[in-house]
Design a protein around this ligand. Structure first.
Ligand SMILES: C[S@@+](CC[C@H](N)C(=O)[O-])C[C@H]1O[C@@H](n2cnc3c(N)ncnc32)[C@H](O)[C@@H]1O
Length: 306
């Protein structure tokens, strides 16, 4: 905990609920920190019984600096026959000009994107782009270039991309429409409101928990309004089995699943997450099986043609 306090740069507000089972810490860090954030968070969670804190979305991703979950041991069973990179492959060829929005540290693009003419992969976080350029060195010859860009203020020429992809990130339907060539395709995979629903219900909060409609419905409506001619949408169901409690806790401390924020108001939101140990233990008790601790994921896929 002391380590967290020493890295606070601008302000720090600590509310300690004495005798209760949790405390909330909110911070505004303007600079990224170079420590092992997951281990730090995990250790803090263990020390304090529960916790936790996040900052606004941009700072949150700046501080994480990668979207790599390789250290977390988990087996995924997918029940829906829809695979993001297979869909991209089906709509591209060796000359396609592609744009991948919110690419993170480039982990997925570099490993799974099909061979196309060029992929421009963007993220608003400079730390993510730094990581992505480091990761690119391990994939010599891959036709991918990384650049910093806000998905909500896209700086790309009109009518320039054959395909735009967006996996687990925010989109601006009209700007994407303008950036695609006529007949160009948008492929989205997103996290739906019902994702991890059993856990959100137990904690009484979570990503999009109180939103009036799901983000899949909103994306769909925005794409219709933007002028896309053909839009297909699919619900994707999968079960994840976490090997140990530490694996599940590491996920919750890194991904904003239990952060209580709306998908509709991202102008001024702050992530706040608390992982209360008693609720976490109750979840584990209910969902532990021989295969591991079950987390039911609900995603959505969209393919839209300009
Ligand atoms: C959940 S991660 C997904 C990363 C990657 N697409 C993947 O599937 O592994 C979301 C990413 O979107 C980025 N992001 C969020 N809001 C953004 C915005 N307005 N503009 C650009 N990138 C954004 C974050 O920095 C983060 O890297």
């Amino acid at each position: 905990m002391a380590k967290i306090l020493t890295i606070a740069k601008l302000w720090l507000f600590l509310l300690f609920v004495k005798g209760g089972s949790f405390f909330i810490l909110t911070t505004k860090f303007k600079e990224s920190v170079a420590c092992d954030k997951i281990n730090l968070k995990l250790q803090a969670a263990k020390n304090e019984g529960e916790i936790f804190m996040q900052v606004n979305e941009f700072d949150y991703y700046e501080r994480i600096g990668n979207w790599n979950f390789d250290d977390i041991k988990c087996v995924t069973v997918r029940h829906t026959d829809w695979e993001f990179y297979d869909v991209i492959r089906a709509h591209t060829n060796a000359t396609s000009n592609c744009l991948d929005l919110g690419t993170g540290g480039g982990e997925k693009v570099l490993e799974f994107y099909p061979e196309v003419g060029m992929v421009t992969a963007t993220d608003f976080s400079s730390e993510m782009i730094k990581t992505a350029n480091e990761n690119l060195k391990k994939h010599p010859g891959k036709r991918v270039k990384f650049a910093q860009m806000d998905n909500l203020n896209m700086k790309v020429p009109n009518n320039s991309f054959d395909l735009i992809s967006a996996r687990h990130t925010v989109i601006h339907a009209k700007q994407i429409y303008d950036a695609l060539v006529p007949g160009g395709v948008l492929v989205i995979e997103g996290v739906d409101q019902k994702d991890c629903w059993e856990m959100k219900e137990l904690f009484g909060r979570g990503q999009a928990f109180n939103d009036p409609i799901s983000i899949a419905e909103k994306d769909y409506q925005d794409l219709v309004d933007a002028g896309f001619s053909k839009i297909e949408r699919v619900e994707i169901l999968e079960d994840e089995y976490y090997e140990t409690e530490d694996d599940l806790m590491a996920l919750l401390l890194k991904a904003p699943i239990l952060d209580d924020f709306s998908e509709f108001d991202n102008s001024d939101f702050e992530h706040k997450a608390m992982i209360e140990k008693d609720l976490f233990d109750e979840y584990v008790r209910r969902f532990k099986s021989d295969k591991g601790i079950l987390l039911k994921r609900v995603l959505y896929g969209i393919v839209a043609t300009k």
